[in-house]
Design a protein around this ligand. Structure first.
Ligand code: PGA
Length: 248
C-alpha cells in the first residue's frame, strides 16, 4: 500500500473545499494507493460527508492534545476522531515555524491522536540553515526522538512524513535520490523506537511531473502534497500519473 495525501492548508474556503471534494469524488481510485485529504477544520465535516462513499479518507491538519475543556480556539484529536477523522498531521513545518510549535507539543499531539484512535502523521524536516550547516541528520534525529521515543504502541501505529522545510511550498523539491537516502535512514532510526513498520512518506513541492519519481522508490511509502492537490485539475493529474506506475 502507498499513500497519496493532500494537505489543503488554508488555501480554500468551505465552498471551495466542497467543490474540490465534489470533483475528486468522481476520480477512479489508483490501485494500491490510499488517498486522504486534510481540509481546514471549518470544511472538515462537509468534505467528510461528501467523500463518505468514495474511499477517500479525511484527516485533520492540526489537533489540540487536551481532549475537551476551556481551551479557546482549540479543536482536539478526540473531537476530530468523533467527527470522523482517520488521520491527523502533527508537527507540520508551518505549525513549527510560523506558529512556534515546539517538539514537546508535537509529542503531546501524537500521544493525543493515539489515545483518541487517530493515526498521527508526524512531520519532520530540516531547515535551510540546518542543511547549510550540515545539521540535517542531527535535526531529524532530534525531532524523531522527541516525537517517537517511548510512544505507546497502538494497533494502528503512526506514520512519518519527511518534509524538508526548504522544499515545502518553494518549488524546490528534494531530489528523489536524496529523499530515498534520508527516508532509508529514518526507517532505520525508527527501529530504535518501535517494532512496527512505520510508513514514511516524502513531502515538499511534489507535482504531477515528479510524483512518480518518488512513489516508484521502494523505500518511499507515498507523498504528502500541498498546493498541487488543492486544485481539481492537478489532483486528477497526480492520480493519472500514479496510475501509469501502479503495479497492483
Ligand atoms: P507543497 O506542501 O506540496 O505545497 O510543497 C507540502 C506540505 O506542506 O505538506
Amino acid at each position: 500500500m502507498k499513500y497519496l495525501y493532500a494537505n489543503w492548508k488554508m488555501y480554500l474556503d468551505v465552498n471551495e473545499s466542497a467543490q474540490l471534494a465534489e470533483g475528486i469524488e468522481k476520480i477512479a481510485p489508483v490501485p494500491g494507493y490510499e488517498v486522504a485529504v486534510f481540509p481546514s477544520a471549518l470544511a472538515f465535516t462537509r468534505v467528510l460527508d461528501m467523500l463518505k462513499k468514495s474511499g477517500i479518507k479525511v484527516g485533520a491538519q492540526n489537533v489540540a492534545w487536551v481532549p475537551k475543556g476551556a481551551y479557546t480556539g482549540a479543536v482536539s484529536a478526540l473531537l476530530f476522531k468523533e467527527a470522523g477523522a482517520s488521520y491527523a498531521l502533527v508537527g507540520h513545518s508551518e505549525r513549527r515555524h510560523i506558529f512556534g510549535e515546539r517538539s514537546e507539543a508535537v509529542r503531546k499531539k501524537a500521544e493525543a491522536c493515539l489515545d483518541a484512535g487517530l493515526i498521527p502523521i508526524i512531520c519532520i524536516g530540516e531547515t535551510p540553515e540546518d542543511k547549510e550547516e550540515d545539521k540535517r541528520m542531527y535535526r531529524l534525529k532530534k525531532q524523531l526522538r522527541t516525537a517517537c521515543e517511548g510512544l505507546p504502541e497502538s494497533e494502528k501505529g503512526y506514520m512519518v512524513a519527511y518534509e524538508p522545510v526548504w522544499a515545502v511550498g518553494t518549488g524546490n523539491p528534494c531530489s528523489p535520490a536524496d529523499a530515498e537516502d534520508v527516508i532509508g535512514w529514518i526507517k532505520l532510526e525508527l527501529k530504535n523506537y518501535t517494532q512496527k513498520d512505520v510508513p514514511v512518506m516524502y513531502g515538499g513541492s511534489v507535482t504531477p511531473d515528479n510524483v512518480c519519481s518518488y512513489c516508484s522508490l521502494e523505500s518511499v511509502d507515498g507523498v504528502l502534497v500541498g498546493s498541487a492537490m488543492a486544485k481539481s485539475e492537478s489532483f486528477e493529474a497526480m492520480m493519472k500519473e500514479l496510475r501509469t506506475i501502479c503495479t497492483v
